[in-house]
Design a protein around this ligand. Sequence first.
Ligand code: MTE
Ligand code: MOS
Length: 789
Amino acid sequence: MSVFSSRPLSEIPAGAAAGVIMPHESAWDHVTGKALYTDDLPPRSAHVLYAWPATVDAAHARIDSLDTTRAETMPGVVRVLTAADVPGVNDYGDIGDETLFPDTVQYYGQHVAWVLADSLEEARLAAEAIEISATELPSIVTTQEAIAAGAFQGPQATLQRGDADAALASAPHRLSGELDIQGQEHFYLETQASFATIDEGGQVFVQSSTQAPSHTQEVVARVLGVPSHRVTVQCLRMGGGFGGKETNANGFAAVAALGAVLTGRPVALRLNRTQDLTLTGKRGGFHATWEAGFDDEGHILAYKAVLTADGGFSIDLSPAVVSRALCHVDNAYYLPNVHVLGRIARTNKTSHTAFRGFGAPSGMVVTEDILGQAATMLGIDQEEIRRRNFYAPGQTTPYEQVVSQAERMNDIWAKLKESSRYGDRQREIAEFNAGHEHVKRALAITPVKFGVSFNKPFFNQAGALVLVYKDGSVLINHGGTEMGQGLHQKMLAVAATALGLPLDRVRLAPTRTDKVPNSSATSASTGSDLNGGAVKNACELILDRLAPVAAGLLGVHPNDVRISAGVVSGLGAATTLTWEELVDAAYFQRVSLSATGYYRTEGLYFDQSTYKGNAFKYFARGAAVAEVEVDGYTGAYTTRRVDLLHDVGSSLSPLIDLGQVEGAFVQGAGWLTQEDLRWDTSDGPTRGKLLTQSASTYKLPSFSELPQLFNVDLYVHPTDDGSIYGSKAVGEPPLMLAIAVREALRAAAAAFGEPGRPVELASPATAEAVFWAVEQARRSTPTPVLTAG
Ligand code: MTE
Ligand code: MOS
């Protein structure tokens, strides 16, 4: 083995492109409109057909008849796709619970057939002309209804350690509660889009806004009844995914592909915003019941909970959502005695899916809710009760993984308290509150510890393809997808670093399944870890072959060849070569200049039956301080200031990581404070309908809700072993920093009442929810904490 491919994963060579402050590789194209998205492609092709769905407005119904006769004769209509047209499997899920052209409607507004026409308008008119008669069936819309009816789906899982019941019984203080955590719409800027074409050999090419091209390829092949090598899926880039395109792109890609196969013409399918909101899965809500036991100092002695995820009508990624929730209820805290049951409710809603953090954010919200309530009721400072429960080095999670770098949490905490002037501001706020009866301020600090790796070990693998051309220019492909998170920028930096070249010598080509096969979804924040490992490996395999060539030219041993900033040198050699000279020489010596790279994360295993194992390669961490001001008459509030400190290890691209931390925090704050998904839960004719179907009724965070003062810092720390150039994943973890805003709102509501009164806060903590929390603080009787003995 040569020096290059045996370099440690985390070792950063001198002059590395990794870690240099650079904008996103497409930033300029994004803001000028030059960047192409999937739906920009159809107008560049001829003879395109446009797809529009026929839908049924019932939460649950059996289709008795579906008549397309009239629709088929309408102007511009080329074909109407129904179940009879599917040559392969009429299902876009993996376990057969997601029928592509269903005979039973599972949620309000579900698509049951698709019209292909010369124009979108013609397809729309014809879709309306499809005659469908259906019989309504009983429906379950809310998680509570599902729990009452015992309507669950998929596996149930139990996270267990110690004896939670006994610890609860003997705990000096006991609390219990119930919390409904609302879901969240992804609201990516680009809605779901696919564009399918077919070539003379019957090869299907689908361009799709998908986070998981290989999975999309698999589903398309299954629906078409062809082997995977007949289908190629490409993702140029996405205008946001956030988990909403991890599986949800697959069904639409399959419809477009089927249309292209049956008509021989290109088929474009892009949902408009209302369709996207109606047809696609979201972050599902969680229902939690919990009991917790504390000692006098506020240490958690017992933790018992039942977490029920609203899975919607099918399983989809809900098992992963639940396992993330179970593996993150501990957040940064040591839980000696735990018993948490996780289960998935089946409801007549869109099938809920991945969303930044999967179930981890919901699991953490439950725990922070418990600590927030315990602090007010036990009369212990919010900051202190959290810090006292932090993991100490050597302690293990409830699934029995040693918590590596546990000491970093204390360090981040201390640094953030100092930079945010936490103590001084607590005093200033107490003074302010003493002088203001109807307006109260509060400060809260919360931690995040987030495990990085897919919970299913086999997903933790990736491939890459690196091509070096004769002129020395480099083209890379990897299995990850770009959704705005800057993965491509990071992969360029990894390739340039591994090869010892300036960034501008490397170009990156769109993600395609015929370049890198069997890729995992770009998800669980693992994109840069996995694909970075594979890109580095491919580059180093090429360097291993180039080293002997360079050694010969420089008169040194191959192990003594160095490449930095495009200059090839040898230890003790009198002369140097350029990279181009080396590549040219290698070509004439008939040395291969391309390689596929591969990476698998080492050290992972997880036993789903006992819920124990080494689930994660490492933990990402951060902390947030938020200050809010609440109006006691209305519950209206402002976020006055937020300070974030987040650990990204040795950043691959600091500017991108800063953007990720800011964006994730704002998205988390939107989820926890403003975004309020509502379905019609009445027994009326639109039962099950999503009522918040547009940006006018679904309130997204915008500039006006940004904290008035927003300080975001990366925790500067030496490299982390075991990950690509010592970096840490950043995509999801900072979303959970937003829990600080929720806890600040609880503390502000509490400030309206006497100390020691319980303050329950609904999620999302809208102004209305905060108003009710204020009312509770004002009116309830103090401390119903059960005290043993
Ligand atoms: N950032 C942007 N701009 N757009 C996105 O869709 N998705 C998030 C996060 N950051 C997202 C984003 C989610 S859900 C994940 S899992 C990660 O990016 C995935 O990318 P990574 O693994 O390369 O970090
Ligand atoms: Mo992110 S929810 O893992 O796509």
